[in-house]
Design a protein around this ligand. Structure first.
Ligand code: MSP
Length: 492
């Protein structure tokens, strides 16, 4: 069985809190890419989900006086609901508490014990509970976790180790031989240097954590959450450590794992080494995007400055949010979210530039040419210019340069607005009524191209534009336009 699907993943989100703008960012990026592929008839498998085991989650549930599973069900449900609000079309939502996942993780663990890639030992080290990760003394800042700023705990326990050290050389060879594996390029150096500095075997089981997947051959151990969670990328599509599964063969290897920069190392070092141990192909790319701050500050519980994507989407529409986060900062770099910046872009880019352009053109089409178009323009100046940008926009989306794709689309939008101001169709209509028809036709065709390009970013807006521009549900082009919908009402 051969690979058929373009397989895209997001990280599995911890169910320690409600989804916020940072979680939405990765999932939306996956959705943009997935929609873009599907629109070109490429079969896509887009997987997201929730990471539900570990002491953090158990502690929260206990604090809330809830059974851990009931807590996970509730928060996992919140993620699913949020993805609906944001119009995210995933194919599979995996939970690490799914019985199939648990069973498959256990089988992998046993298999790696058999091959010697996992072996028993004892671990002493410095542990950050919120990260669920061990740190070297040198990585800590004054004894505190570099990510959370909270003190690392001294931990000593019996544990199983995964032989990460064995894969140092093959990993470095893989990075060298596959320059697109680590993306964007500017983040690759850090990973390569880390791997070069020497990889130590890592602890992959816990005796003190009860809320986890039990190691079958030694049930006093549970599988370390990261080892459990990373395996989702193969258990989700159906990997079985013991037999070959068609559904899995049709999807693996993943085409891209989208992750935030803080978990790049897990995905670029630990995960590929685990795959090598299992004799599986490596994903084609791991892409690490940047982080959002809010009004220049890190989002945190103590500051209470989380942006709730649902609140923004309810007031401005999911499409406006989908647009903003990809236009405001290059994917791959960090960005700052502020409601002022959001409102500015909403009013300027969406209500003014795009919304007005559509209503201007459609109102003129109604007034001057009774909504009737003469057909695909021949020798149309604007359409010829603008439609030639299509392949470049496609390529930018494919390589996850989302901001650049949107820049290019807005360049087209402003070009059309300027052209209308310059050519003044209302004057043309008075002087030479027939001369206005080809010009408006040209504009409508340009807008049809723009509506198509916007589909993966703003699916709802794109569909409404296409209907008004006379592109039928079946994708066929009518020769009539209709009344402009109000896409983005201005907000104060
Ligand atoms: N459960 C692990 C991932 C396991 S994957 C096998 C985890 N979960 S998380 O809930 O903390 O979510 C992490 C992801 O959320 C990051 O990789 C990133 O995609 C996203 N973000 C969380 N906060 C963010 C920002 N402030 N800005 C942008 N994205 C960030 O790590």
């Amino acid at each position: 069985m051969q690979k058929i699907y373009f397989y895209i993943t997001t990280p599995l989100y911890y169910v320690n809190d409600k989804p916020h703008i940072g979680h939405a960012y990765t999932t939306l990026a996956a959705d943009v890419l997935a929609r873009h592929k599907r629109a070109r008839q490429i079969p896509v498998f887009f997987q997201t989900g929730t990471d539900e085991h570990g002491s953090n989650i158990e502690k929260i549930a206990v604090d809330m006086n809830m059974d851990p599973k009931a807590w996970c069900d509730a928060v996992s449900g919140e993620f699913k609901r949020m993805w609906k609000v944001l119009n995210i079309n995933y194919d599979h939502f995996i939970r690490t508490t799914d019985p199939e996942h648990e069973k498959r993780v256990q089988a992998v663990f046993e298999r790696l014990i058999k091959t010697g890639d996992i072996y028993p030992g004892r671990y002493s080290g410095l542990y950050c509970r919120p990260c669920e990760a061990f740190f070297e003394e040198s990585e800590l800042k004054n004894g505190c976790c570099p990510v959370h700023g909270t003190p690392a705990e001294k931990v000593s326990e019996e544990t199983y180790f995964f032989k990460l050290s064995k894969y140092q050389k093959p990993l470095l060879e893989h990075y060298a031989g596959n320059p697109d594996f680590l993306a964007p390029r500017h983040r690759a150096r850090e990973i390569i240097n880390f791997a070069k500095s020497g990889l130590k075997d890592i602890s992959v089981s816990r005796t003190k954590v009860t809320w986890g997947i039990k190691v079958t051959s030694n049930p006093s151990h549970t599988v370390y959450v990261w080892f459990d969670a990373l395996l989702n990328y193969v258990t989700g599509p159906g990997f079985d450590a013991d037999t070959s599964v068609d559904a899995f063969q049709m999807k693996w290897p993943a085409d891209v794992h989208l992750v935030g920069k803080e978990i790049f190392r897990f995905h670029a070092v630990t995960w590929p080494a685990m795959l090598m141990a299992l004799g599986l192909e490596l994903p084609r790319q791991v892409f690490a995007h940047g982080w959002w701050t809010v009004n220049g500050e890190k989002m945190s519980k103590s500051k209470g400055n989380f942006i709730d994507p649902e609140v923004v989407a309810r007031e401005y529409g999911a499409d406006a949010l989908r647009y903003f986060i990809f236009r405001e900062a290059p994917f791959g770099a960090d960005g700052d979210f502020s409601m002022e910046a959001f409102r500015r872009r909403y009013n300027a880019d969406l209500a003014n530039d795009l919304g007005n352009l559509l209503s201007r053109v459609l109102n003129m089409a109604a007034k001057y040419i009774e909504n009737r178009l003469p057909g695909k323009p021949e020798a149309a100046k604007l359409f010829d210019t603008i439609s030639a940008w299509g392949p470049e926009i496609d390529e930018k989306i494919d390589t996850m340069r989302f901001g650049e794709a949107l820049d290019r689309i807005w360049q087209a939008v402003s070009m059309l607005n300027k052209e209308i101001d310059r050519q003044k169709p209302w004057v043309m209509a008075k002087d030479e009524p027939e001369s206005v028809r080809p010009f408006l036709n040209d504009l409508v065709w340009c807008l049809r191209a723009i509506a198509g390009w916007l589909y993966s970013f703003m699916p709802d807006t794109s569909t409404r534009m296409q209907l008004a521009l006379g592109i039928g549900r079946t994708g066929t082009e009518d020769l009539e336009t209709s009344k402009p919908p109000q896409l983005f009402p201005r907000k104060l």
